[in-house]
Design a protein around this ligand. Structure first.
Ligand SMILES: [Cu+2]
Length: 421
């Protein structure tokens, strides 16, 4: 939590020195004034000092010169340290990497010279970074504040203010908004990640979103891989919804009604039953479904592989669900969506994601109001072209398009996630 309290930019030392000089002198003067005050209180108390001793002194030249010149010198000292540290902060070295910083309700976007965009800032250690700071058009004022870098600059729509820094230590340091900008102002948090040069370069020249991105796929349960590879998941869902066949969700260990030779029977779905269902699907047909749909996998899937599939049926499913959700949540958080959209039904800047899928929604298209069903297509349009259909009761121009920022795959996993909210 106290990371960066020492200051991790090249000019942090000068800024800190300026502060300590001012604080130090202030304490000194405070002690001097209060000290003299107590001394006089004591010395000239009524008890110790008779009234006829009081004189009317009109002038004391040496004293007057002292109390004029001494504060002048003190102020000059403060000015010197204030000015030199400000100059260090304001003199942007000609050789630098320029990052565009945009503040908006309620997150920051950093854009690098090669077009990469990130929510957090990633920089190499020991290089000059120039920040071109602004706020989004039609947004409010923000202030880009990185205490560890001793850097703070207003972000104003339509204006670009430059700042710079050179980080002297690797690590993660907080970015805050220091200008009250509405209800979620305090959530306008991000991080500066100062990286070793190689690590930064490797990320900068890759297509990874962040240097900490794990591009490797999460290993799937071997049983699930078999289900995917054999096309089983085309007819069987993992999430409880019935497709052509029953879902695999909670398939193991339940009681199921099956038709055997025309008569209905209740059966426990144990290993043996599941194996029969794969090798001889038409012998026991699950009630509510038709026989003849699924063909036998005898000689297609080995016994060993069937065991893997059944092992997956016994417990593998929870893992998949959680990962999907975590992935969608990460996309929402990394793109600042949750700053404007809640998950719990409360209205922030935009509508809540709760119950969004499948409802009928009134949208403004140009000047006319229209009712549309919020299906996959609509949601995709809402993310890629937010201003074409503006949800009634909300203003257009608030949400920017995520075209080129979110991949089709990202959008699909978001919509999947929205369905369950
Ligand atoms: Cu702000």
């Amino acid at each position: 939590m106290l990371e960066g309290i020492k200051g991790v930019s090249s000019f942090a030392g000068e800024v800190d020195l300026a502060i300590w000089v001012v604080v130090g002198l202030s304490i000194l003067i405070f002690l001097l004034v209060v000290g003299v005050m107590f001394y006089f209180l004591y010395k000239y108390s009524n008890k110790r000092h008779s009234r006829d001793q009081i004189k009317n002194i009109e002038h004391n030249l040496p004293l007057e010169i002292t109390w004029t010149v001494a504060p002048m010198i003190l102020l000059a000292v403060m000015f010197y340290y204030g000015y030199t540290s400000l100059k260090a902060m304001r003199t942007i070295p000609a050789q630098n990497m320029e990052v565009k910083v945009t503040g908006q309700m309620w997150f920051w976007t950093h854009e690098y010279p090669n077009g990469k965009k990130t929510k957090d800032l990633y920089v190499p250690i020991g290089e000059n970074i120039k920040l071109a700071i602004t706020a989004k058009k039609n947004d409010v004022l923000h202030s880009y504040y990185v205490p560890a870098l001793r850097l703070k600059q207003d972000a104003v729509p339509g204006k670009i203010y430059n700042a710079w820094f050179k980080a002297t230590q690797t690590g993660a340091f907080d970015i805050l908004c220091a200008e009250y900008c509405g209800t979620r102002h305090s959530y306008m948090l991000a991080k500066v990640y100062v990286l070793e040069k190689d690590k930064f370069d490797e990320w900068y020249n890759s297509d990874k979103k962040t240097p900490f991105d794990k591009k490797e796929k999460i290993p799937l349960h071997p049983g699930l891989t078999l289900l995917n590879d054999n096309g089983c998941t085309g007819c069987h869902s993992l999430d409880g919804s019935a497709l052509v066949g029953p879902s695999y969700k909670d398939i193991f260990g339940r009681k199921v009604k099956v038709a055997v030779d025309g008569s209905l029977k209740e059966i426990l779905t144990d290993e043996n039953y599941l194996k029969r269902a794969i090798l001889n699907p038409d012998a026991e047909i699950v009630d509510g479904y038709s026989g003849g749909m699924m063909s036998s996998y005898k000689d297609i899937i080995s016994d060993e592989d069937i065991d893997k599939i059944i092992d997956y049926f016994k417990g593998g499913k929870i893992e998949v669900k959680v990962d999907k959700k975590a992935k969608a949540m990460a996309i929402l958080d990394n793109n600042g969506c949750t700053g404007c959209h809640s998950l719990d039904g409360s209205v922030l800047v935009g509508p809540s994601y709760k119950g969004m899928f499948g409802r009928t929604v009134k949208v403004k298209i140009g000047d006319s109001l229209k009712e549309v069903v919020s299906n996959e297509d609509y949601l995709k349009r809402a993310i890629l072209e937010p201003d074409t259909e503006v949800v009634d009761g909300f203003s257009g121009g608030m949400m920017s398009s995520y075209k080129g920022i979110l991949s089709d795959e990202d959008i699909d996993s978001l919509i999947e996630y929205f369905k369950g909210l």
